[in-house]
Design a protein around this ligand. Structure first.
Ligand code: DWN
Ligand code: SAH
Ligand code: ZN
Length: 404
């Protein structure tokens, strides 16, 4: 396959084998066969964009039954509320400003904009979560954002002051259509702000489970600035974020419209010095990941052989990669605890471990819990102090396999 951004040659550096749709939790007894694809990742020799080598059709992932809700973490709710207030104070102009969010999910960010009485629109193809947003008073259209959607919104609502997307842009392979859509919809001096997992953090922390069907691109400042330039945009600001294991918030504006902040050049220089998109660095990442996979599997098997009970914590989309790549099934994890109603009572995709509500985690506590939602470690450990008090221990595999 050629680079989805520039058609350059892709060099594969990691292969996670046959993987299911990460958010397709299986109804017990459902006779339909699961869909599998080859999860492999490569880097473009020309534009340095890191990307998946196989693309899963979008309707298989994002549909009426898409289960993930942004509001499942109190830290993320706070994160989006803070961001929304910042956009409202810094990015709006004129007497009737307009804010657009791509992938607004259950409206966790836009509810603040709606409550402020500011004109807005969420573009969200997954119908179930879009309904949750609408129930909060958020105006939402159930569509995939692309060039045609942008043209329609522009015709109906006029141009946007700001287009925002969290953990969504990296999910969308068809970037030409997206960026030409942003060009159509954005005011002349408007900004496109998006935040996604940062390649440098993934490599530094060996957080290989950020790689799954939905995460098609792994951005860094270098690849994003080249991608932006193809459509007449430039990177004018970057900000590192602690959420989801390390992300960057990128701000794009039309070339020449804004003076780039010093943080942009600093991040570009840092990336060059570290060589994060060099094949040698990415090969090293892949080798580390293989070692961590072997250590994690050996640890879980050893504990089970001693008679220890182990539950999983957080039926994340990410965990599809860990569970299927490491061959972890119901023989090793009794069940996975998760607060999301749409995941409970179902089985994890491919690995078929039951998902139960958080009350099952406490009744009784296991000896060990594999923290699949490691990106929410602080929030979860603060909430589950009873588990540690009962003598339970957490198993983590990012940045390496360890027990706390
Ligand atoms: O990029 C994406 C991110 C934003 O969300 C999407 N492609 C899909 C999804 O990825 P994920 O499922 O890996 O995200 P999280 O936020 O790591 O998922 C956390 C899971 O853990 C949720 O299913 C909710 C659950 N949870 C829980 O059971 N107890 C979370 C918290 C904080 C808790 O206390
Ligand atoms: N922004 C939320 C949700 C991230 S999950 C958060 O950060 O928590 C990714 C979301 O992107 C899903 O809700 C999915 O339905 C949506 N999505 C996928 N493709 C899209 C597209 N082309 N346009 C708009 N949203 C899209
Ligand atoms: Zn390329």
């Amino acid at each position: 396959m050629a680079c989805r951004i520039c058609s350059g040659r892709l060099r594969e550096f990691a292969d996670f084998g046959r993987q299911p749709i990460s958010d397709a939790f299986v109804e017990p007894g459902d006779p339909r066969e699961e869909f599998f694809f080859r999860l492999a990742v490569g880097v473009c020799e020309s534009c340095t964009m890191v990307q998946l080598l196989e693309e899963v059709p979008r309707e298989r992932m994002f549909h009426e039954g898409y289960p993930y809700v942004s509001s499942g973490s109190s830290v993320m709710r706070e994160h989006f509320h803070t961001l929304a207030k910042r956009l409202l104070t810094t990015e709006l102009s004129g007497d009737d400003p307009f804010v657009v969010e791509l992938g607004c999910n259950d409206g966790t960010m836009l509810e603040v904009v709606a409550d402020a009485g500011v004109r807005h629109l969420g573009v969200e193809p997954s119908g179930g979560v879009a309904d949750l947003a609408a129930a909060k008073g958020v105006r939402v259209t159930k569509d995939f954002f692309e060039a045609a959607t942008a043209a329609r919104v522009r015709a109906e609502d006029g141009p946007a002051d700001v287009i925002y997307a969290a953990n969504t842009l990296c999910h969308i392979p068809y970037m030409d259509s997206i960026l030409s859509g942003v060009d159509t919809l954005l005011k002349v001096d408007g900004v496109f702000v998006f935040e996604d997992p940062y390649l440098a953090d993934i490599v530094a922390r060996s957080s290989f489970d950020q790689i799954y069907d939905e995460h098609f691109y792994f951005f860094c400042a270098g690849s994003v600035s080249r991608m932006a330039a193809r459509h007449g945009f430039e990177l004018v600001d970057v900000e590192r974020l602690p959420v989801h294991g390390g992300e960057v918030r990128y701000t794009l504006a039309r070339i020449g419209a804004r003076t780039p902040a010093p943080a942009v050049a600093a991040m570009l220089a840092e990336e060059d010095a570290a060589g994060i998109t060099r094949l040698s660095a990415l090969d090293r990442f892949a080798a580390t990941v293989e070692g961590n996979r072997d250590r994690l599997t050996a640890l879980l098997k050893g504990l089970r052989a001693q008679g220890a009970t182990i539950y999983g914590y957080g039926a994340t989309a990410k965990s599809a990669t860990v569970l299927n790549y490491c061959g972890i099934g119901p023989d090793l994890l009794t069940f996975v605890s998760d607060t999301t109603p749409a995941k409970q009572g179902r089985l994890t995709p491919g690995s078929h471990i039951p998902v139960l509500g958080p009350e099952a985690f406490r009744d009784p506590y296991p000896d060990y819990a594999l923290l699949l939602a490691w990106n929410h470690a602080e929030e979860i450990m603060a909430k589950e102090t009873g588990f540690r008090e009962s003598g339970g221990r957490w198993i983590l595999y990012v940045p390496d396999v360890h027990v706390v």
